[in-house]
Every structure is written in C-alpha cells, then in structure tokens.
Design a protein around this ligand. Sequence first.
Ligand code: DUC
Ligand code: ZN
Ligand code: ZN
Length: 485
Amino acid sequence: MAEFDLVIRNADVATERDRFACDIGVQDGKIAALESGLSDGEREIDVEGMLVMPGGVDSHCHVEQISSNGVWTADDWFTATRSAACGGTTTIIPFACQHRGDSLREVVKEYHEMATPKAVIDYAFHLIVSDPTDQVLGQELPALIKDGYTSFKIYLTYDALMLTDRQFLDVLAVARSEGAMVMVHAENNDMIAWMAERLLRAGLREPKFHAVARPMLVEREATHRSIALAELVDVPILIVHVSGGEAIEQIRWAQERGLNVYGETCPQYLFLTEDDLDKPGLEGAKHMCSPPPRDKANQEVVWKALEDGLFEVFSSDHAPYRFDDPEGKFKAGRDAHFKQIANGVPGLEVRLPLLFSEGVGKGRISLQEFVALTATNAARLYGLHPRKGDVAIGSDADITIWDPDKQVTIRQSILHDAMDYTPYDGMEVTGWPVTTFSRGNIVWDNNEFLGKAGQGDFLPCDTPPALSAKRQPVTAFDPVTGELS
Ligand code: DUC
Ligand code: ZN
Ligand code: ZN
C-alpha cells in the first residue's frame, strides 16, 4: 500500500524563509514529509521545472456582501472561491459585515449559511463593526473572538458604516483586552463629503471626480488619526488598502517610533492610476475603488515601500460589481454621478500573477518576499499560521505549482469570477499558477477547475501574535484595565 495519499516529486519549493528541492508527501490533507526520494503515493505528480509555493492567503476580499448603498457583490461564495483557487489562492478571509441595528452573532450566522454549501477553499472571517453598542462591545465581540473571529475592520468613512473616534477607541479597547487585530479603512469622511458636495454642485459628476473628492491628504489624515488612537489604547492596528506616499509616510513614522502599525496594499495601487478613472464614457467606473488609485509618482512610492518591507500584506480587496448589469456598478442608473456608482474592483484571481510578474520577475522583490507578502504574513497576522501560508511538515497541503515562464495576457474570458470585466485587461504577465491543491485535493489543473462547492472549511483563527507585543503605555493610567501605575 502507498505510504502517502499524494507525492509531489521534484519540487523546487519557495517559502518565506528559503528555497529547497525535495519531494512533498501529503497524508490526510496535511504535509507529512519534505525530502527527496520519498516512497510511493497513491497519486503522484512530477513538477520538474516548476516552482512550488504555499497557496495564497487573501486576507481582504468582499464576498456575497451588500455595499453601503445596497449593491450585492457579483461573486457568491462559489464563484469567488473558484476564482481564488484558479489564481493560486487557497485561503480567503472576507468580511461578515454588520449593518446598524444588526446583532453581530446573527450576521456571522448568515454569512456561514452562505459560505458553507458553496466554498471551494478554506476561509475565515473578519468582522465589520459598524454598530458598537454595549451589547456588541461587552458580550458579542468577546464571545465571537473566543470562537475564532479574531480580527475586525472599522470604517472612518461611509455614513452607513463609519465609527466616530470615540466608538473606534471602544473597539480598540475590546481588541486589546480580548485579543483581536483591528483593520482600519482610513479616509476622512467629512472631507470627502464636503468635496463631493462642491464637485456635484459644480456639475462635475464623472468617475474621475471620485478621485478628486478623495485626495491623498484625506487618507493621510485618517491614517495618522488611526495611529494616534491605537497608540492611546496601546494596541496593534493594520491600515488596509494603502494607496500612496502620504499614508505610507504616516505608517513609516509610526513604525520608526516602534508602534505596532501594519500596512496592507493591493494590486490597484501598483497597477492602476487615477488616469484610468478618466477613460472615455463610463469606462472610468471600472477602476473606481476607495481609496482611489493615485498618480504614477505615488504608484512608484507604493512599489518602493513594498520593496523596503513596510507592508505586511498584499491583498486583493476584491470588491466585484459588474459593469454592464442593472444590479452592478450602475444600479443607480447609467447617469449616476460618482457618489452613486458602486465602489470597488475585482482582483482575487490576478493578485498573485500580477505581483509575481512585476515584482519577482522584474527583480523588485525576492521570491521569499513574494511568499511572505501574499501568504505567510497574512496567515500569521490573523492567527492561521502554521496551518496556512507555509510549506512545512504539519501544515495543510495548500500548495500552488507555478510555471514561472508561462506568458499570459489577462482577459476577463480566462478568469473564473462572476465579473464582466477586469481592470487589468490586456496586461501581459509572466508566471502563472498551473495547479492548486487545497488540503491535498486538486482544485485547479492545466486550465481546468476541478474543485467542488462545499469542500472548503471554516477556519477559526487564533489570537493574532501581534497582540502579545510588549505594552507601550502612553500615560500612567491604563484606559483599558483602569489601573494607575
Ligand atoms: N473599501 C474596501 O475595503 N473595499 C472596497 C471599497 C472600500 O471602500
Ligand atoms: Zn475599505
Ligand atoms: Zn475592501
């Protein structure tokens, strides 16, 4: 009888730490052996000439979520996880989004009901907290954290979701006392609303004015404010979807002061610019997301920061709204102004190939940095490592086989989400995931999707390790414990 369920022979393995040649033995969905000359597997594949990496962990994507202005994402749990798997990603961490008045516990239950029958790959949840009532802060969040929902996102903009600074402090305090990571959407709501009102009053309605209403300083201000609030509470935070230089300066400033401030960036800030929002007709809407893509100079600063190690994670922020669909971007009508157009771009499937091609292929980041940015760091940050994000004995056999030389022109027709466009249409990349294993099961092979709805499991997350960092109190009074030292 074969010793392993699966043996991957002649693997050239890249992890966040190193690169080594071996065979990979998989048993019961886990990596059981990493050495050359392994004995037989029930199933064997030879991957000579390919690269072998941990499957990607996409820690920021929106799946079967309704936006603050009432538009559902095009992808459900099946199409989103299928698209992820075909792009080499084996774990996603979307959001369970609380709208005001909702019980968080109920929200989580509803998201599970959507995900369980449809998910193809494994998943965890971040919670979006938009209504931090006493019940939510005192009972629901502590109980949910214990059940493995150990990260939440808060918004500083969008009237329907945003928290006041005071509410934000309350959420940060719970994160510290109960052990959770807070992710922040950092944009100043009043600045945006004020600018938008004046733009619309002046008759400036096209998609490109979305970026004018949200200039870089809007993000810089909210990033700095978030850092200060987290410093007061003495708890780590992660600033999501960082778009350009001024926000990066704030994060660098915090990191140089020794604060536990993490940053995330996304493909749209490395591969799109504000000029894309100025495409003819309504085409610009295909590139609208928040914060918006910036100019070329900012794009270069984001690349530099990525190379310098400022960012912890590279996520897609997949927020898919179809272009030519009355339920999509233009649910408010084809004559909608920029405030009424659904905000977000897809990116689950192309996240890894884009960064591999432009980052590793062009020598901007190493292969190890690529693995860290796209898989290992997110798994660690959100309490899923070493089960996810690694090729190591005992880890889940979530493995992506890469053809580093495969040349692909990105077109919507080759992708597997439910979208009708990709903002990266026509881009040429070198390097593509050719086979993806999820816990040892093949879900993508040679241009064929082989996964099954419902085979993905929910992953409860451990306490994020960043929460055990040494305390750095700002005053002798600890506002979380109430103690005076
Ligand atoms: N924020 C996100 O995180 N995703 C899509 C749009 C947005 O504003
Ligand atoms: Zn956001
Ligand atoms: Zn998002």
